[in-house]
Design a protein around this ligand. Structure first.
Ligand SMILES: Nc1ncnc2c1ncn2[C@@H]1O[C@H](COP(=O)(O)OP(=O)(O)OP(=O)(O)O)[C@@H](O)[C@H]1O
Ligand SMILES: [Mg+2]
Length: 404
């Protein structure tokens, strides 16, 4: 039977979901693509379980209508400021007498790299291999079949606050969904929008979400750093509401209609009638002023991203450039502002749909959008895992750790 996989990108503003059937030739045929407002989340974290349960239940009912199996293998993103990367190492002695490195030696080295002192009440979300070292010779991607005495795995552990992750899984299970995988948001998004070549050269992923901005830095096809900042484009909306003394709803509409990220490109003479968006309000506001509010906040967020790049010594130094994605990048002038602030080549990340068959034009329209980067990336991530598992070696756990 063909495999059906579902992705659930639980965001602060919207839930994005894709259901796909994996055909024998590896094509992913899209059965559904859904987007709906989310509730119960703040800054990409679950804060109100009752609200979230209600919305997850509605989602589960809809999925059941698409296919009975659509709730049985759900890949979910995990996001939030609590998630932290930390480098680790695991060392083992090669077990075979002829010193040829076998799968189980690699597995043992990776397991041993997990034996670190985690932050109390944290769990390991990912343990990603960065390199293997055989008898002090490093930079080895896959040591299988090499000979040596001592095998060392250098990894990047991504740890997450256990109660938050457990609560998310429990809430999904309560409405009948089976979680097939939990993937850290920027890693999932990167899978859909950054090419292997860029990851090899050195590249940055920035997901501009409503309540958070998450980043991942890649180099030599490995994850170098990842982080979630608890500030997103929803803060831009709040700033507009305060600046114009209008409601948040009106501010969001103003942002979507007239927002632009670079103030100097907007004429001072153009103005907006506030009453158009908020009937209880009136007055002409200059579009330049609105852009100034937007630019200040976005530049601040990009400055925080630069601080993360500085923390790993890669500020302005990633030849593969930055790929910016998430709903926030649909604001006019975003790529230009990001280019200026990050001092990197910047492109807007539309999800890579080359491996997908999308028959319904409405699905295609939804998916061909930076908002869907994480949801598409989760499906691709699940496919990667499935291929490795069915590759005949029973290698799933091991290769999962090798994924960039
Ligand atoms: N055309 C547009 N112009 C400006 N902003 C936009 C546009 N379209 C969407 N947005 C912003 O993007 C937001 C949604 O982005 P997204 O779906 O990536 O957030 P999320 O995944 O729910 O949040 P998070 O990842 O922080 O949990 C909207 O709430 C809106 O503020
Ligand atoms: Mg998001």
């Amino acid at each position: 039977m063909a495999r059906i996989v579902t992705s659930l990108d639980i965001g602060s503003a919207q839930i994005k979901c894709v259901v796909a059937e994996e055909k024998r030739d590896g094509t992913l045929s899209v059965l559904a693509a859904v987007k709906r407002p989310s509730v119960g989340l703040r800054r990409a974290m679950l804060v109100d379980v009752e609200d979230a349960t209600r919305i997850f239940r509605e989602m589960a009912v809809d999925l059941q209508k698409i296919s009975k199996r659509a709730t049985q293998d759900v890949f979910v993103n995990v996001n939030g400021e609590h998630i932290k990367p930390r480098p680790s190492r695991g060392v083992v002695v090669v077990s075979r007498a002829d010193q040829e490195i076998q799968e189980d030696d690699i597995e043992r080295a990776l397991v041993s790299s997990k034996a670190i002192r985690l932050t109390p009440n944290y769990l390991i979300l990912h343990n990603i291999a960065r390199e293997f070292i055989v008898d002090d010779v490093g930079d080895i991607q896959n040591p299988l079949g090499m000979t040596g005495n001592r095998l060392e795995a250098s990894t990047l552990v991504i740890e997450a606050f256990a109660p938050q992750v457990n609560l998310l899984v429990k809430t999904l299970e309560r409405v009948g969904m089976k979680v097939g995988g939990l993937i850290y948001n920027p890693l999932a998004a990167a899978r859909a929008v950054i090419s292997k070549k860029q990851k090899d050269l050195g590249a940055l992923l920035v997901d501009f979400g409503f309540g958070s901005t998450s980043i991942a830095v890649f180099e030599e096809n490995k994850v170098l750093h990842a982080k979630t900042l608890p500030v997103g484009v929803g803060h831009v909306t709040n700033d507009i509401a305060i600046g114009l003394k209008t409601s948040v709803e009106a501010a969001e509409k103003i942002k979507l209609t007239y927002g632009f990220a670079i103030a100097k490109e907007i004429s001072r003479r153009d103005s907006v009638d506030l009453a158009e968006f908020d009937r209880s309000n009136s007055g002409e506001i200059s579009k330049r002023f609105i852009s100034e509010i937007i630019e200040i906040r976005l530049a601040e967020i990009l400055d925080l991203v630069n601080n993360e790049l500085k923390s790993v010594g890669r500020y302005g130094e990633l030849p593969g450039g930055a790929v910016i994605t998430g709903g926030g990048v649909k604001l006019g002038g975003m790529a230009e502002l990001a280019r200026k602030e990050l001092k990197l080549p910047v492109q807007v990340g539309f999800p890579d749909l080359s491996g997908f068959e999308v028959l319904n034009p409405a699905h295609e329209e939804l998916l061909d959008d930076p908002e869907f980067a994480t949801a598409v990336g989760l499906i691709l991530w699940s496919q990667d895992e499935n291929h490795r598992e069915s590759g005949g070696t029973g290698f799933k756990k091991f290769f999962r750790n090798l994924m960039p």
